[in-house]
Design a protein around this ligand. Sequence first.
Ligand code: C5P
Length: 308
Amino acid sequence: MTTLAARAPAKVNVHLGVGPLRADGFHELHTVYLAVSLFDTVTVGPGEGLSLAVSGEGADVGRGPGQVPGDRTNLVWRAAELLARHAGVAADASLAVAKAIPVAAGLAGGSADAAATLVALDAFWGTRAGREDLLELAAQLGSDVPFGLVGGVALGTGRGEQVTPVLSGGSSHWVLGIAGEGLSTPAVYGELDRMRAAGRLPEVAGPAPAEAVLAALRGGSAADLGAALVNDLQAPACSLRSDLRRALQAAGEAGAVAALVSGSGPTVAALAADERSAVGMAAELAGAGVFRTVRAVAGPAPGARLVP
Ligand code: C5P
């Protein structure tokens, strides 16, 4: 076999209820993940040992903030090592990541890359790892990686790694407003803890339940979904990046049903009434001067799978 490729989607958290900091350094979550139609592709081929190449959106390889590591600290590399160890095979493969999902954007791009790597190498090495095995390995790699495998719409609990697919009554259309500079996920969680401790945000006993957004997704109405969106990381993301408030406002002015920060940000996810209005909003937001770039996407999108 020469090469094999798998692709995996970006996500938006349409509900992100964050509980207090746990003893293990993570926060207990009730989140609802929505996979959207923006995909990274991982191509695997023969190699001696592992090698990694990164191209496309954010292909700035390095160790700085917003850069993609090109070495064994990259989640793709770690996914390959973990699967090889699990399956008892030699970790021999060349790995090439073609990025469409911006880096450090709150869209789980790195997690998507790891999920696509597990699927591609499982097939390439013939490891025949079961679905449960892959989910278990994914959870070791990061909180959002299991969802990258599952895709669609899912409830995430624990630190986000326990995923249960949920029903949704149709598709939703979004414009993603992508900033020039990324935000660090741990920094945003840390700011949330500080704001709660200082009384700038209410302390919580546990993560806010996701019932309202789950009901809205079942019903399939954009207005209901827009009214139910929750992100506890939005206030700390805006506290670290004051330009985000202006970006959220711009989404409202461009006709969004509602807008929220995606995950830990700084991407703004603007919900459109329908596909046509998403195209119009994308054009308007592209010219608003608040985003580096915009993408019109739809959800739910499938999880990591081989590219035919
Ligand atoms: O699991 P992942 O590697 O994506 O998490 C990155 C960081 O985000 C963690 O080290 C932690 O600081 C923060 N995090 C958290 N609670 C979660 C998920 C992530 O505090 N549920």
